[in-house]
Design a protein around this ligand. Sequence first.
Ligand SMILES: NC(=O)c1ccc[n+]([C@@H]2O[C@H](COP(=O)([O-])OP(=O)(O)OC[C@H]3O[C@@H](n4cnc5c(N)ncnc54)[C@H](O)[C@@H]3O)[C@@H](O)[C@H]2O)c1
Length: 459
Amino acid sequence: MEFKKNILCIGAGYVGGPTMAVIALKCPGYRIEVVDINEERIREWNSDDIPIYEPGLEEIVKQVRGKNLFFTTDIAKGIKQADIIFVSVNTPTKTFGEGAGMASDLQFWEETAHIIIENANNNKIIVEKSTLPVRTAEAMERILKASNRGIQFEVVSNPEFLAEGSAIPDLLEPDRVLIGAHRTPAGREAEKEIVDLYAHWVPRENIITTNLWSSELSKLVANAFLAQRISSINAVSSLCEKTDADISEIAYAVGSDSRIGRKFLNASVGFGGSCFKKDILNLVYISRSYGLTEVADYWQMVVSMNEHQKSRFVQRIVREMFNTVAGKKIALFGFAFKANTGDTRESPAIDITKKLLEERAIVSITDPKALNNARIDLKGIDRNVLYEPDPYKAAEEASAVAIMTEWEEFKILDYERIYQSMKKPAFIFDGRNLLNHKQLYEIGFNVYPIGKTPLTHFE
Ligand SMILES: NC(=O)c1ccc[n+]([C@@H]2O[C@H](COP(=O)([O-])OP(=O)(O)OC[C@H]3O[C@@H](n4cnc5c(N)ncnc54)[C@H](O)[C@@H]3O)[C@@H](O)[C@H]2O)c1
């Protein structure tokens, strides 16, 4: 079959894989190739056991793979064939040198620019899909233009707003698609190409076009605002625990104001995921580099509050369990940073486990999808860690259960059975306010939600 356009996506991760699967599904006239330097990942994408768990993803991949969606490691060939190149490589926080712990590490990003320039033989549109510091396109353009081979590259920004766990519905029906391009004739033309691509399934009014820098910065700002809501409600949750106010009632009352809204107001053990912390720290770094100290400090507090919430959670466990958890088994229900994903990057469960191990607890971890990643995260420090797919077994002989991830599966467990198998007094620390606390209390548990009065059988 003759395809209208060839699209290449560099980076077959949590963003590249699902995004390209949905584009392939919705644009059968386009040939999509996804490449990665990680051969194992590509092999998995071509197997029956795809490397990422996302509800609905496997079905779509099976439908389009081999038709107009292809996964390969031949990056050079992919670049030669492509009219449009999406770059969706990882841009983690830098761990070394200038800006360590704050700035984005753009080495993978820059490498792709060099690979593109080495292999390109005709004009291309380069689409920034990765989340990047504002004005990154400028650097990309400088590298691409340095070759002087007469090839035109037009860089367009198209940040991804999908959330893991709901990636497929987010991609099928996005609140908005954002496309940033230069306000030049060539920029406008490239912008139109990308608008036309999304217009195959996204209503035109939901496709926002802006200048390049607004688009790049909007992604950082969107994540900063989302994380800020979580840190704000978590800050209030600690005040509730001191005052017998109830965080769910407050979230409902405050969120009913349409100017504020209900979403992202669930108090929890803290936010995780590969994006929030890294993107806010990047925003902080950029602000500081422009001399905007107050702006930087303001956003930094969103991250600090999150660290505080995690520490506070463990301190509470230790304090309530008679000031020691040494030698006690504590079952962590959930290790993924949120439900419906196996991703554990920056998951609060990692820090909670480390802190509990420092307190010499024995930590028993159960999660429907994230146990393999948990093993990788805790490699070398997991002498006192048990990995248990069955939550009932994870809780056997434990003194406490701590809910880390809001998996629906955990809501429907037989807590009477769990209680019977645990050491007494039995504790539940609900880090997601997921369970029915009154019912647990009636079974016999001492229940500690976030931001609510505990329900205990102690005098
Ligand atoms: N994960 C999310 O929820 C999410 C949401 C929106 C945006 N983003 C952004 O999207 C980008 C990608 O995130 P992700 O979660 O998909 O990361 P990821 O680590 O899952 O995937 C990135 C992939 O790029 C590959 N890669 C790195 N350098 C390469 C190179 N030179 N050539 C070919 N492949 C290369 C890696 O091997 C990896 O498989 C990041 O900038 C992230 O901030 C992520």
